[in-house]
Design a protein around this ligand. Structure first.
Ligand SMILES: O=P(O)(O)OC[C@H]1O[C@H](O[C@H]2O[C@H](CO)[C@@H](O)[C@H](O)[C@H]2O)[C@H](O)[C@@H](O)[C@@H]1O
Ligand SMILES: O=c1ccn([C@@H]2O[C@H](COP(=O)(O)OP(=O)(O)O)[C@@H](O)[C@H]2O)c(=O)[nH]1
Length: 462
């Protein structure tokens, strides 16, 4: 059987908890089959060029982790710069936050070449290579230029923007041309695939053919949607583990007179946290019966803090939460509990189960695994209600959630009220359907559907 080689910027020991959907999902996928997981070590080496140094290798159960360090210069231009200050904002429709600094692209290309150079000697002829996310779009082109002939698939975890937005990136043509070096491109949603379709046909003057095949730049590639899922059984086991049950009981005891609403996100501007908090304030203003009762717990785990936009959102959120607590708080009740720390993964299920309402309201999101985790954590006999942004990839599947437009503060507040008031029978009915959907397209389905499609592609020949 072929060995699976996974490459991503972020690598994590699959046996340990990780914040960030990619690390969680890849850890769960690789633990099944074993294989090699290659990427950045997370270490930044100060001064001088790096990466040419030793490769770090570590065995984590059936998975071999192989990682490399990055120099400060490469880290700043490749990770903070081009990946998170150009591609991330543009792909999330935030042209206003993108910084098209001409110095970033050099670092992005250099690190992709470094990844290719370091990976190549580790590869075996019949390996199946699976590259992940926007940090590594040109990796297959670099590997092919070095003679790599193995099958290579690519999965984009973030949304693919409409053609007109994509075209705002000065190197957009080079990026899309690089994608054609893969054998298979996987996207999170059908809407993302439609955006790819429009770009190829209208911008690259290529053609769309049967079987999700595309031709452009003298090459062809298959591009399909493979919505990522969670390991439902594993998450349910976590939910019934001692830590989660204790957490759930503690929360229920402490908030026995209250209705809990929960948000769990990285503190990323794409997650729409300030919009959510403003909608919560509107809920308290328009429906006074929720005062002294509805309580929003917002976990916002630190992320990419040296990128300016992330510092700005932290300040905005702190002042917003302070103002609501000042305006509405009582000696024995604070409306918002804002926690700027990562919550250990084993505590996530208990928090979700204790909450009457799960608030997943990103302005734009590739998928959003928290939405699926909230559903999996519920007690089917008395489940909570999921309020979900129509701009999350998850909304294409989770149709029985209460869908909201997070930019519409008043509308979101109305839906929050609907969620708090929903009768038991309707909650049960919606939850049952949602559970069915997350089971049907779980992380195992995602992994095997993508790899089966990759295996069907015609292999590159000399
Ligand atoms: O690695 P970081 O810079 O710390 O960021 C964490 C991850 O964020 C993004 O996650 C995405 O992948 C999830 C799983 O497919 C998806 O549900 C979510 O909507 C995406 O935002 C990013 O794409 C990853 O590369 C990062 O590791
Ligand atoms: O404090 C935190 C915040 C998030 N997560 C986990 O990190 C993942 C976030 O994935 P998602 O797809 O929702 O968003 P991303 O952060 O990847 O954009 C989920 O499994 C969360 O349970 C966590 O364990 N602790």
């Amino acid at each position: 059987m072929s060995r699976l080689v996974v490459i991503s910027n972020r690598v994590a020991d699959p046996r340990k908890p990780a914040a960030g959907g990619l690390a969680v999902a890849l850890g769960e996928s690789l633990q099944q089959s074993g294989g090699l997981w290659f990427g950045w070590s997370g270490t930044v080496v100060e001064g001088g060029p790096s990466g040419e140094g030793e490769l770090h290798r570590q065995q984590a159960g059936k998975v071999t982790l192989a990682t490399i360090d990055l120099s400060r210069e490469d880290h700043d231009s490749y990770y903070l710069g081009y990946s998170n200050d150009v591609l991330w904002p543009v792909f999330h429709n935030r042209l206003d936050l993108a910084h098209f600094d001409a110095g970033f692209i050099g670092g992005y290309r250099r690190v992709n070449q470094l990844f290719a150079r370091k990976l190549l000697p580790l590869l075996k002829p019949d390996d199946v290579i699976w590259v992940h996310d926007y940090h590594l779009i040109p990796l297959a082109a670099e590997l092919r230029a070095m003679g790599c002939r193995q099958r290579i698939g690519f999965f984009l975890h973030i949304p693919l923007p409409p053609q007109i937005i994509m075209a705002a990136i000065p190197q957009h043509e080079w990026l899309v041309r690089s994608l054609f070096a893969y054998d298979l491109i996987g996207l999170q949603s059908h809407q993302d695939r439609e955006h790819f379709d429009r770009y190829v046909v209208d911008e690259a003057h290529g053609t769309a053919q049967a079987g999700d095949m595309y031709q452009a730049y003298g090459q062809s590639v298959r591009c399909s949607a493979f919505p990522i899922g969670i390991d439902v059984d594993e998450f349910m086991e976590l939910t019934h583990a001692k830590e989660a049950q204790e957490m759930c009981q503690t929360m229920r005891r402490e908030y026995s007179q209250r209705r809990l609403m929960i948000g769990i996100d990285r503190l990323d501007y794409s997650k729409g946290i300030p919009h959510r908090v403003r909608a919560f304030r509107e809920l308290l203003a328009h429906y006074p019966e929720n005062r002294r009762s509805a309580t929003l717990i917002q976990i916002a785990s630190p992320t990419r803090e040296t990128v300016d936009a992330y510092g700005d959102i932290r300040r905005e959120l702190e002042s917003l939460c302070g103002a609501i607590n000042g305006d509405y708080g009582e000696l024995d009740w604070m409306p918002v509990r804002y926690i700027h720390r990562m919550v250990a993964r084993k505590r996530v299920p208990g928090l979700c189960r204790a909450a009457a309402v799960g608030l997943v309201t990103p302005l734009r999101d590739g998928m959003n695994l928290v939405a699926k985790e909230y559903v999996a954590a519920q007690d089917p006999a008395d489940p909570g209600v999921l309020v979900l942004s129509r701009f999350a990839g998850a909304a294409e599947q989770l149709k029985e959630a209460l869908l909201v437009n997070p930019y519409d503060t008043h509308g979101t507040a109305e839906v929050m009220q609907q969620a708090l008031q929903m009768p038991l029978e309707e909650r049960r009915h919606r939850h049952q359907k949602l559970l069915q959907r997350i089971r049907e397209h779980d992380v195992h389905w995602w992994r095997s559907a993508f790899l089966a499609a990759l295996a069907e592609t015609v292999q590159v020949t000399d």
